[in-house]
Design a protein around this ligand. Sequence first.
Ligand code: ATP
Ligand code: MG
Length: 701
Amino acid sequence: MKNNKTQNLIRGALTEGRSFLYEHESKEIITLYGVPTTKQILARNEGEAEAAADKIGYPVVLKVVSPQVLHKSDVGAVLLGLKNGIAVREGYQKIINGVKSRVPDAEVLGVLVQEMARPSTEVIVGALRDPQFGPTVMFGIGGVFTEIIRDVSFRVAPLTLKEAGEMVAEIKYRKILEGVRGNPAVDVPALTEILVKTSQIMVDYPEINAIDLNPVLAYEKGAMVVDARFILSEEVKAAEPQDRLTPRELLEPKSVAVIGASSNPEKIGHKILRNIVDAGFKGSIYPINPRDAEIIGLKCYKSVLDVQGDVDAAVVVVPAAHVLQVVKECVEKKVKGAIIISSGFKDIGSDGAKMEADILKAAREGGLRIIGPNCQGVSNPKAGFCATWPLVEAVGDVAVISQSGTIALEVPSYLSGNGLGYSKAIALGNKSDIDEADLISWLSGDDDTRVIAVYTEGMKNGVKLMKAVQRASAEKPVLILKGGKTEMGKRAVLAHTGSLAGNKEVFEAAIRQGGGVSVNNLEELCDAAKAFSMLQSPKGNKLLIVTSSGGSGILASDECEHVGLTLTKLHESTVRGLRDSLPSWCVVGNPIDLTGNAMNNVTLYRDSLEIALEDESVDMVLVIFGDPITQTWDTLKSVASKAATLGIPLAVAYLGGAEVQIVETKTLQENGIPVYPTPGRAVNALGYLNVYRRIMSRLNG
Ligand SMILES: Nc1ncnc2c1ncn2[C@@H]1O[C@H](COP(=O)(O)OP(=O)(O)OP(=O)(O)O)[C@@H](O)[C@H]1O
Ligand SMILES: [Mg+2]
């Protein structure tokens, strides 16, 4: 709970110009929050030190208290296990002399005498104020070795006990906490309580920039913080503006102006106009260009203000210097939204950033929403509204939101090459106004969208993103790919937690916490989007593999563990049924290996699946075709519909089939079966279905 004592300690430090709290101050605060820590007394001389030690009880620990010494053991200023008064007096001198010789300018306030905690498994509890997500809590293993092991997990504060429990469970080396080599299992609830209380401190005091509780000694019963450090910062961020609704006219306009339309086929202003026409846009199209009377057969206007009817959306392709004027005219014309393709703003540095700010101001004052600037536009193939390039016409149910233009169009291109399509593609560019969060919120209510795929390099207001993801995930999967290096902030200098929290780690943890599906690369984004678009959610994580290729079956099996799937164990009766019906050269197990003979006996896939699908232990199926096996769809047709009825997703990996592979893949995908070129990619995509299944069950309680 917020309290005066803590406020005074923080204020005192800041008044002294100190950007951190001493160990004893930090420990006082955590004690007020009910976090267990060592008894402690600050001593100014040998005599006080001995008296303090007598009072606390031996053995004791001595540590220097000095504003110049943040990492005490680095300068030999931590003495452990002092057993009596003489050792304490000697220790006091030793610390003072040691610090004087190693940090000559150090100003020493005294020595902190503290209770010596019984050695045990060491963990770290940390917190930091992430530039995107705000207060964020960290848990890690290893105490003094955390930076080497780097086995940490993150959650955005405030934290529930359940989330804190997940943080502990997520650690790679959690086996260490479960008790190894004679060490007992540690008291996990005691740790989760410390995590939740640390989260509360961060929420209560915006002046605290980072917290290190390192190490925390974890016991069979209870836990004890033996070192604590609070880092302060004076700047307290202002609240971000509220969510604002994205107007539907931006993506489903009835009329569009292309401002900067061009008769030169090389120019973007021409390509966009041409694509809007070629995509079959049914509404009114107004090219705007003061020099032309007509472009590709359409009447041209000098200004958007000259247009008679309403204009819902404007696509802006004029040089940067003219954009402000154009935006003002759009405001005057009561255009609902502008898609600003023009570059030369924040993307080129501070002069450009200033222009961008002016544009945003004019737009906000006039109620005009903006996508971009410096973006590659938007496309809504169902509405024939292709205000981008290239033209990808395939209509489907995947929406793509991307900071990068190329990626915004790559996902639709991939889907269209795989018998699928997309509902919307939006390239965001500089995101001066509309951002990922606005669009995720909007698309969560879009009936044409079943899956949302996002590529982002991060956004300023991460909490807004997290909330939007949270709302949308209850409706449909939100796949998120985060690009950009792991960067360490300024905080890295002072706190362990800072050096362990790159913005990518925190970002991905926050997205998962919000219910988003975090993917690792573009290939996974595409593969997973395809699976979500074609398949339904599985009931569990148990996979059955039917293959003609032993090696591919093994590779698929190997991949299962990484992605959280298990190979199902078929019931005895199923195994018996399979043995009775399949030729003796088939290997009945999981995988069911039909062997290379399947090439001339393709119906064996159907025969085996008819039996296996009856088995309740099968949650999803991977069919692997090796060699050039033909007639795959004829064979799978009946069992695919049976699987769909039973709610069992079925995917195919087809490999080693040269020309035949291309033909078969096409036929299968046209019939709604996702086909992947390798076993690993197929298993990975199915794995993501399972990830979302787990998210849904978490969101539903
Ligand atoms: N009160 C204590 N009881 C038992 N062990 C302790 C105690 N204080 C410190 N230690 C041990 O000594 C080590 C170093 O102490 P401490 O963490 O206070 O030093 P530090 O140099 O400030 O650490 P860092 O800068 O790495 O966070 C701890 O990791 C812990 O193993
Ligand atoms: Mg420490």
